[in-house]
Design a protein around this ligand. Structure first.
Ligand code: PEP
Ligand code: CO
Length: 451
């Protein structure tokens, strides 16, 4: 990392951001305090190494060619309080369990990406929230303010940027320990999955689990090197929303002389901030990391072609991922035109399905929720569209937790509207719980196996 060059580069980013204007930024009450926090962040070590971002770019390029499948998963909004050892372990465990099932279904390597260690900022549809006649600033994620609906808590506090860095650093440290220290051993992961299908409610997945068991025994009999499977690659990703966090984390790599956002391996721009001429797209256009953009049915094909020219002018394999979030009822009609136009243009993007954000609604009991069947149906539609067009369904992006929360309806545990209040713990969007996540993996493995 080259400190002097990094400082110059960060200043350039800031000037461009000020000129273009960034949507969804908090109104920090004290500009001096923001400058202090930003300069503290820029003095801290990077959280990821540029070379790791390059590896992920290669993995995503393989997924775009149909030679790997991507699994991105984690909280909608991470909180500082929930960055505990148990929560991190259970989320990593859930992603690893899903990945083992998907690897079998796809007969391909699964690229594991946590929506973790940086997912602390949220875009909001309204800048304020009113409850019982009291109006306060909206909660914008732990990186900005506190969820509690009391005045002091909702005031944006730039020291939270620094806190976010430390929470991300300790989360990533534990993730790295778990995924390289033996916890990720394929044999453990498979045993955990046997526990899942032992539950009578999941009996319909027994067959797949049994087939995986046979494959494992076959590998053992052939003398496969299980010790080489004790560790796994695991990447970190979040939405690049808060530029006062992403800019100071952007550094010039001394090896290549190129800028990387070292807050995560992969960052994406969300549906609300992907304005072609806005500061977020400008920011990601200047970094070397593999990047994503959320794509809803509102995205016109012409806009997407301009976006590709801006974000991936050299057509670098793995550079650009489109994370489509269409809604189960819309994907089959809205996705084909988009995929067709992008493919015709000769661009190769990695297509990932986010089956969560197009399927959110308010339940009768007043909770923001999603139906497990809609989530499955959107992934099914995603596979159907890509197969009909001869293009590649490259992966899925899911909001999940390793805990037994009750936030999404349905699944084999049949969570009902009346159950949502039992353990509704998310501070933003509803997540699949541990069981629902595994069930989704078994169903997607079946879809992958049909190719
Ligand atoms: C999200 O991923 O939590 C999110 C806000 O998604 P989108 O930008 O697609 O609405
Ligand atoms: Co969300």
């Amino acid at each position: 990392m080259n400190t002097l060059d990094s400082t110059h580069f960060q200043a350039e980013l800031e000037q461009a951001g000020a000129r273009l204007g960034a949507a969804q930024q908090p109104e920090w009450p004290d500009a001096g305090a923001v400058r202090d926090a930003v300069s503290t962040l820029s003095s801290y070590p990077p959280l990821v190494f540029a070379g790791e971002c390059d590896v992920l770019r290669d993995r995503l390029a393989a997924a775009a060619r149909g030679e790997a499948f991507v699994l991105q998963g984690g909280d909608c909004a991470e909180t500082f309080a929930s960055a505990t050892a148990d929560n991190i372990r259970d989320r990593v465990k859930t992603v690893l369990q899903m990945a083992a099932v998907l690897t079998y279904g796809a007969s391909l390597p699964v690229v594991k990406v946590g929506r973790m260690a940086g997912q602390y900022a949220k875009p909001r549809s309204s800048g304020s929230e009113t409850r019982d006649g009291v109006t306060l600033p909206a909660y914008r994620g732990d990186m900005v303010n506190d969820f509690a609906f009391v005045p002091g808590s909702r005031t944006p506090d730039p020291q939270r940027l620094v806190h976010a860095y430390h929470a991300a650093a300790s989360t990533l440290n534990l993730v790295r320990a778990f995924t390289t220290g033996g916890f990720a051993d394929l044999r453990h992961v498979h045993d955990w999955n046997k526990g899942f299908v032992a539950n009578a409610a999941n009996a319909r997945y027994e067959r797949t689990a049994h087939d995986i068991d046979k494959a494992m025994k076959f590998m053992a009999a052939c003398g496969a090197d299980f010790d080489a499977m004790r560790t796994t690659e695991f990447f970190a990703a979040h939405e690049a929303l808060l530029l006062d966090y992403e800019r100071p984390m952007t550094r010039i790599d001394s090896r290549t002389g190129l800028p990387y956002d070292t807050s995560a391996h992969f960052v994406w721009v969300g549906e609300r901030t992907r304005d072609l001429d806005g500061a977020h797209i400008d920011f990601v256009s200047r970094i070397q990391n593999p990047i994503g953009v959320k794509v809803s049915p509102r995205a016109e094909p012409d806009y997407l072609l301009k976006l590709i020219d801006k974000l991936d002018p050299d057509r670098t394999p793995g550079r650009l991922t489109f994370i489509t979030r269409m809604g189960a009822g819309t994907i089959r009609s809205a996705l084909p035109a988009i995929v067709e136009r992008v493919t015709e243009s000769g661009a190769q993007v990695t297509w990932i399905c986010d089956p969560m954000h197009g399927n959110t609604f308010e339940s009768t009991s007043g909770y923001k929720t999603r139906n497990f069947d809609d989530v499955v149906d959107e992934v099914q539609g995603f596979f159907e569209v890509h197969r009909a067009l001869g293009t590649v369904p490259g992966g899925i992006h899911v909001e999940l937790t390793g805990n037994d929360v009750t936030e999404c309806l349905g699944g084999s545990e049949k969570i009902l509207d009346a159950d949502l209040g039992n353990r509704y713990e998310t501070v933003c969007d509803p997540r699949l719980n541990h069981q629902q996540s595994l069930e989704l993996a078994f169903l997607v493995a079946e879809m992958l196996g049909q190719s």
